[in-house]
Ligand binder design. Structure first.
Ligand SMILES: Cc1ncc(COP(=O)(O)O)c(C=O)c1O
Length: 253
């Protein structure tokens, strides 16, 4: 299992939330995180400080450890590793303009586990890129679940709609932060999988993840979508998320 944590201004953003999800994912595959949350959080912050990373990410991975190949869980000591990577400065409000390609959802029913077994996601993403798109959007039985490496949001008549985290949707940390911001702003939120036709006709569409923050959707399967621009609620939610990022940085200085 793994985590990707954003670093802004030399600080890990939403670190407790990421470490909670790591513990849930590990529990989902019957693996224990070999460190308590407090010391692990300190070790991550310490690496960021020692690496003098200002803007970037931490990649953290937990596996069962080194052992001869076998399907049976080994008695090995789990391997927990994390490293830093620099990333470009945050995107402007509304983020990149992205185009989506629909791909049938062939994944298992435990997508809430943030597992490194990402083959269907990788194949879907590559099909999207080969078709001149930026992200693959998974569709199952006429409903939109999420994208290959991001959560999917639609805005219809001022209501924010996104699929509930669970079998087919990862509980994105950015997704949760956006939903909190939306509720705080008094925006109506519906956690349900939007129908494909409903999503294609939505007033605004965006995708969200730790590394991209928010990207607005302008095209889908070669046709305009999401109004073909960054919509007003998308912009407002991204501004609100950015304020939260900035206040987290200020608080921890
Ligand atoms: C399948 C999938 N859904 C959603 C997300 C977004 O999650 P987060 O906001 O925690 O980065 C990711 C992130 O990589 C992902 O791989």
């Amino acid at each position: 299992v793994y985590e990707v944590i954003r670093v802004y201004g030399g600080r890990a953003f939403l670190l407790p939330e990421h470490l909670d999800r790591l513990a849930r994912s590990a529990g989902g595959i019957r693996l224990e995180v070999p460190m308590e949350t407090g010391p692990l959080a300190s070790a991550v912050e310490d690496l960021i400080a020692r690496g003098r990373l200002d803007c970037g990410m931490v990649y953290l991975q937990l596996t069962r450890g080194r052992a001869p190949r076998n399907h049976v869980f080994p008695r090995a000591r789990p391997t927990l590793l994390f490293y830093l990577r620099e990333l470009p400065p945050p995107p402007p409000t509304g983020g990149e303009a992205v185009r989506l390609l629909s791909v049938a959802d062939e994944r298992w029913r435990n997508c809430w586990i943030k597992s490194i077994a990402l083959l269907p996601n990788v194949l879907a993403k590559n099909r999207a890129v080969e078709a001149g798109c930026d992200e693959a959007v998974f569709i199952e039985e006429g409903r939109v679940s999420e994208c290959s490496a991001s959560n999917f949001f639609a805005v219809a008549k001022g209501t924010l709609i996104t699929a509930p985290a669970g079998e087919k949707v990862l509980g994105g940390i950015t997704r949760a932060a956006i939903l909190e911001e939306a509720r705080r702003l008094g925006v109506k939120v519906e956690e349900r999988s939007p129908g494909e036709a409903e999503a294609r006709a939505a007033d605004e569409l965006f995708i969200a993840s730790t590394t991209r923050e928010i990207s607005h959707v302008v095209g889908w399967d070669g046709k305009p979508a999401g109004g073909g621009r960054c919509g007003p609620l998308t912009r407002r939610l991204h501004k609100s998320l950015r304020r939260r990022i900035e206040s987290a940085q200020a608080r921890r200085r």
